[in-house]
Design a protein around this ligand. Structure first.
Ligand code: XMP
Length: 520
């Protein structure tokens, strides 16, 4: 069958990873330096499978992870990532007990049931509620009203939350308790969505159902639009990433914490990770800028000894020796990337780091020998970069791609009518002061003398994670269709590469036209 055979005429031009990268061994290559060659295909993009296994017991339905950065991943982001089949790594720039709560929020999340709804009090003015909506950029205006003990007093309907009523009190405008539709936690049962779905069908025109406990304290809210969204999602191709107990998966990052004497603080690391495990964390990432170090290695060893089955990610490295070292210490997945990040200045400040595709190739060969997986961390700006990264790695980690999403914890900034979200490197001075200094091997309270390895920046607000991931997944599936790869394993074996000239790079982007609409 001529269609399926690779012509020998292609061979000198389009080479497999094991020919291409060694042939280019003296130049560091990154995503835009290369392109992938197509292959005969019978695979439609929509039929491709994106499952990936990062460690025994840690499978994702899409190979995408949100970065452990304080302007990217807290519980909202981790919930959105897991609902889409991926994973969020909760950052560690917050008090340990707060990181535990963030993990608990993800593990207890029941999709569609908002467990801690935004509420208002009866003595507030409608003007205050309008200010809250404006400040937090809420896309809704109906709020449950509760007293100081959290007991339900009524519902403030959206149609009265208007500037003309700004001077009226919530107590004058609320729909009283007796008229509000509620259900108790017990009545919701094991499948809250199916129960709420039935309720909405039975109650024509009702869009909100409040959940109360035995003492009539508000403890949840279900909306009709969420229930409809979930019902559609149950038919979706990429299912949420869940653990064996059907909870969403969640990861948390830790650093190689040191005590006052500069020694690894084994007790503290063990007790914190133990508490994370008690909360149901699925994977721990020992996350630092330089992972090929005694501190990171010893942290991984301590955790491996104490938690033999717990999936461990460690990094970051860019060499085969780094991968081998961390694998020998007990890591299951190794983060690869030094300096490729959109907010990173490590290469400029320290003169260190390797362009990402070369680093991924070198690391992937060591990973294959050691039977660990690798995660391509940083530098991804488009879905095509992800396809290229996945020809060598089991998953990608993205910061900048998600920092502008509604679910990221970054502050919202408005400039000339445009909305942006704050995005900063964990090695920026501001982030290091907030706690991430250990990641860069510095003291907890760095002075101005410490060289920052990241910048503070803004990302244009880009809507929900669902929307961003839909674009990225569509791109990954297209790439796989072009290579005739039905799954990620086949993508890795079928990839063939060629270098791109700078003119070739210009040719790859829209050119010589007046652009009216981007592809998004
Ligand atoms: P992207 O390109 O997705 O990169 O925005 C996110 C990744 O960048 C790393 N990171 C840093 N690297 N200085 C660095 O050199 C920093 O301040 C910094 N902060 C984050 C990290 O690996 C992240 O996942």
């Amino acid at each position: 069958m001529a269609a399926t055979r690779i012509s020998s005429l292609d061979d000198p031009f389009y080479q497999s990873a094991d020919k291409f990268f060694p042939a280019n061994h003296n130049t560091g290559l990154t995503f835009d330096d290369i392109t992938l060659a197509t292959l005969y295909s019978e695979i439609l993009p929509r039929d491709t499978q994106l499952e990936t296994e990062l460690a025994d017991g840690l499978r994702l339905n899409i190979p995408v992870i949100s970065s452990d950065m304080d302007t990217v991943t807290e519980s909202r982001m981790a919930i959105a990532m897991a609902l889409n089949g991926g994973l969020g790594l909760i950052h560690y720039n917050l008090p340990e007990r707060d990181q535990l709560s963030e993990v608990s929020r993800v593990k207890h999340h029941v999709h569609g049931l908002i467990q801690d709804p935004i509420k208002v009090s009866a003595d507030q003015y409608i003007g205050d509620v309008l200010a809250l909506i404006e400040q937090k950029k809420f896309g809704f205006s109906t709020f449950p009203v509760v007293d100081e003990k959290g007991k339900l007093l009524g519902l403030l309907p959206g149609h009265v939350v208007k500037p003309r009523y700004a001077k009226r009190k919530v107590s004058e405008a609320l729909q009283p308790r007796a008229q509000v539709h509620t259900i108790t936690q017990k009545e919701l049962g094991k499948d809250p969505i199916a129960r709420a779905d039935r309720f909405f069908t039975e109650h024509l025109g009702i869009h909100k159902l409040l959940v109360v406990d035995d003492k009539d304290k508000l403890c949840g809210l279900v909306t009709l639009s969420d229930v409809e969204h979930i019902t559609q999602e149950r038919r979706a191709q990429f299912k949420p990433a869940r653990d064996a107990k059907f909870h969403l998966v969640c990861g948390a990052a830790v650093s190689a914490t040191r005590n006052a004497f500069g020694e690894l603080d084994r007790e503290r690391i063990l007790s914190h990770v133990g508490a994370l495990v008690d909360r149901g964390v699925d994977v721990i990432a020992v996350s630092t800028a330089h992972g090929h170090t005694k501190g990171v290695g010893d942290t991984v060893k301590v955790l491996r000894d104490a938690f033999p089955k717990l999936p461990l990610i460690a990094g970051n490295v860019t060499s085969a020796s780094g991968v081998e070292y961390l694998a020998d210490c007990g890591a299951n997945a190794i983060k690869v990337g030094q300096g490729p990040g959109s907010i990173c200045t490590t290469r400029i400040v320290a003169g260190v780091g390797i362009p990402q595709m070369t680093a991924l190739y070198v690391c992937s060969r060591a990973a294959a020998k050691k039977k660990v997986s690798i995660l391509a961390d940083g530098g991804i700006t488009k879905s095509g970069d992800i396809v290229k990264a996945l020809t060598l790695a089991e998953a990608v980690i993205c910061g900048g791609m998600f920092a502008g999403c509604t679910e990221s914890p970054g502050d919202v900034v408005e400039i000339s009518g445009k909305i942006y979200k704050q995005y900063r490197g964990m090695g920026s001075l501001a982030a290091m002061r907030a706690g991430s200094a250990a990641r860069y091997g510095h003291e907890k309270n760095p002075t101005q003398k410490v060289a920052a390895e990241g910048i503070e920046a803004l990302k244009e607000a880009c809507g929900s994670v669902d929307r961003v991931l839909a674009q990225l997944i569509g791109g990954i599936q297209s790439g796989m269709g072009y290579l005739g790869a039905a799954n990620l394993e086949q993508l890795r074996t079928r990839a063939r590469y060629i270098r791109v000239s700078s003119a070739g790079m210009r040719e790859a982007a829209p050119h010589d036209v007046v652009e009216l609409k981007t592809g998004h």
